[in-house]
Design a protein around this ligand. Structure first.
Ligand SMILES: [Zn+2]
Length: 605
């Protein structure tokens, strides 16, 4: 199944995304960036030192929105070109050149918040009255006031922003450019290996010997780079700590949660409850896998295998369109039109090529359509991934249509709710259309193995790891490879208990996650999925009214906090209830898996 990896220029064009929608050609790029720098300087000359009253506050925000809007296509173009092929020399050079432009940009507009905050509260209230559109932006700014530094310090930090953000780029360079995997051999046969091949194929391989050898070869290569990667990560968290201290937050956690508009209790609840209450269900799932596959001792390297690998249906790119339309059609005409456009106009990068970023993501530049990165291997499983990414696209499409730029992005806490809701809709559609126990078991095990495993286990264990890292950092400590590996091992052991052996190499899992460079992101996956599990239940039970509520939530964009957004969909996340109900739901899915498995064995025996 796994073939040799193509170079970017060898993949079929129709499987790639069309970035010319952002920037039509090189010339347009060069000219556009030049104009952007000129406009930014003019903006600075016009507004700096001139924000003296409510009217001027509105004008500067409006002009700034327009300026950022004009930056977005170039920034997106540069980053997506690199994401599609990190080994592309030209793209690398362009990206580093552009990061200088971004720093310049950030430094030239950095005066805004500070100058606005020098005005009296009455004047800011007046600004909100003149232009209620900016109420959310201004209120958030007022809340930030206590953490604002002297304008010259803000300017310096902005000028240094690309340096402060450098660890993420270093992490990716180590992982995707420097790290070269040799083939591995099993029974005299040689198999190719890469990050994408490991996570997309080998980890799911049903031949235990091949799977475990792949894991060994993959971990051995990771180990070669553990110290560079740990140093990079330590630099990142120490930078966060320094910024948190400078700005006067009580802890790095408070600093990182501020922009999510979430209090610490919501953060800790996700980690504590899931570690405790979900673990027994997931251990039962691991046992079921072990039994089905006749594995003597279940190890960490075996957890990703499908329940029924001989059954995994395959699905072509074109067939996937049909699944998307049928499963997500409940969201309405506009949503369906978006799905068709995504396929017809090449919003999606399906190709498999060397240097491509791992996993899948959706980038939604304001004023344009979304772009989706995925590496299609024709596993049916991927209909869930694509439905997920289209969920992000649908969210931003709705939000951007109804909100101005600064109002369109919702909190990270909420951001994975629309995407995971689509995974649930996909599962509901597939389950409704079959009576075959084997297919039903495939669907349910896919939701467990993909949706819930990914969001409630993989990312949650990362969140538990991250919490321990920040505890150390807040105590003034630093981290290295040995410490990070110890933390990872202890988290994995706590969750899986005696039912899964945490084999050698598993402790290096901390090296695999780019989200560690994006603040407190990992825990938000389970938070989003908690909301979407409850909403999907509502859509199943109530139909259209629940869909209508949900579309309104999407359209609210970033104008409300996660607690308020969830409330609009009738989910109260200030209590334990939605999370406990979601965990119980996962338990019930595993019950069904056990029952369907018994049923299947009865009919085949
Ligand atoms: Zn997502």
């Amino acid at each position: 199944m796994v073939e040799n990896i193509l170079k970017r220029n060898e993949v079929p064009v129709e499987e790639t995304w069309d970035l010319t929608h952002l920037v039509s050609n090189e010339e347009a790029y060069e000219e556009g960036v030049k104009k952007l720098i000129k406009d930014t300087n003019e903006f600075n000359a016009k507004h700096k030192g001139n924000i003296n009253n409510a009217q001027q506050v509105i004008e500067v925000i409006r002009d700034c929105e327009a300026l950022v809007t004009s930056l977005i296509p170039y920034a997106t173009y540069v980053s997506l070109q690199l994401e599609e092929d990190q080994t592309n020399n030209e793209a690398q050079i362009r990206a580093s050149k552009f990061s200088t432009v971004s720093s310049q940009f950030a430094s030239l507009v950095s005066f805004i918040d500070g100058e606005i905050l020098e005005l009296s509260s009455e004047e800011l209230e007046k600004a909100i009255e003149i232009e209620p559109t900016y109420a959310h932006y201004l209120n958030r700014l007022i809340a930030k006031k206590a953490h604002q530094l002297h304008p010259e310090v803000e300017k310096t930090l902005a000028a240094l922003s690309s340096t402060l953000d450098a660890p993420y780029g270093l992490y990716n360079t180590t992982k995707l450019v420097d790290m070269k995997f040799d083939h591995f051999t099993v029974g005299g046969k040689s198999y190719p290996l890469s990050y994408n091949l490991f996570e997309g194929d080998w980890e799911l391989e049903s031949d235990t010997e091949v799977r475990r050898e792949a894991f060994k070869a993959f971990s051995t290569k990771l180990a070669d780079y553990q110290h560079t990667t740990a140093k990079t990560y330590n630099t990142h968290v120490q930078t966060e700590k320094a910024l948190s201290d400078l700005r006067g937050y009580d802890s790095v956690t408070d600093y990182l949660l501020f922009d999510q508009e979430v209090e610490q209790d919501l953060y800790h609840r996700q980690i504590d409850l899931i570690m405790k209450e979900l673990a027994p269900h997931m251990r039962r799932y691991a046992k079921l896998l072990q039994k089905e596959h006749g594995i003597g001792k279940m190890t960490f390297a075996d957890l990703k295998i499908p329940m029924d690998p001989s059954y995994e249906p395959s699905v072509t790119i074109e067939e996937s369109r049909d699944y998307m339309k049928k499963a997500l059609g409940v969201m309405g005409e506009d949503y369906l039109a978006m799905i068709d456009a995504a396929f017809d106009e090449r919003w999606i990068d399906f190709a498999n090529n060397e240097g491509k970023s791992t996993g899948a993501f959706c980038s939604s530049p304001y004023g344009f359509h979304s772009y989706i990165l995925i590496s299609w291997t024709e596993r049916m499983n991927e209909v869930f991934v694509l439905a997920h990414e289209l969920g992000h696209a649908g969210h931003f499409r709705n939000a951007q249509k109804h909100q101005s730029l600064f109002n369109s992005d919702s909190s990270k806490y909420f951001v994975e709710a629309p995407s995971t809701l689509n995974e649930m809709l996909m599962a509901n559609y597939l389950l409704k259309n079959s009576e075959d126990p084997r297919f039903k078991r495939w669907v349910i095990s896919s939701i467990i193995a993909r949706t819930y495993y990914h969001n409630f286990v993989t990312h949650l264990l990362e969140a538990a790891f991250q919490r321990k890292v920040y505890e150390l950092i807040d105590a003034g400590e630093s981290v290295n490879a040995a410490i990070l590996s110890n933390i990872t091992r202890s988290v994995l052991e706590e969750f899986w208990g005696d039912d899964v052996e945490i084999n050698d190499g598993a402790e290096l899992t901390w090296m695999r996650q780019p989200h560690y460079y994006m603040g407190l992101y990992p825990y938000t996956y389970s938070a989003g999925l908690t909301i979407s599990t409850q909403v999907s239940k509502r859509i199943l039970e109530e139909g259209q009214p629940a869909v209508e509520d949900w579309l309104k939530v999407l359209q609210a964009g970033g104008t409300k906090s996660p607690v308020e957004l969830a409330k609009m969909a009738n989910v109260d996340i200030t209590t334990d209830k939605p999370l406990q109900e979601t965990i119980a739901f996962i338990g019930s899915l595993i019950d069904q898996l056990e029952e369907l498995t018994a049923e299947i064995h009865q009919t085949t025996n």
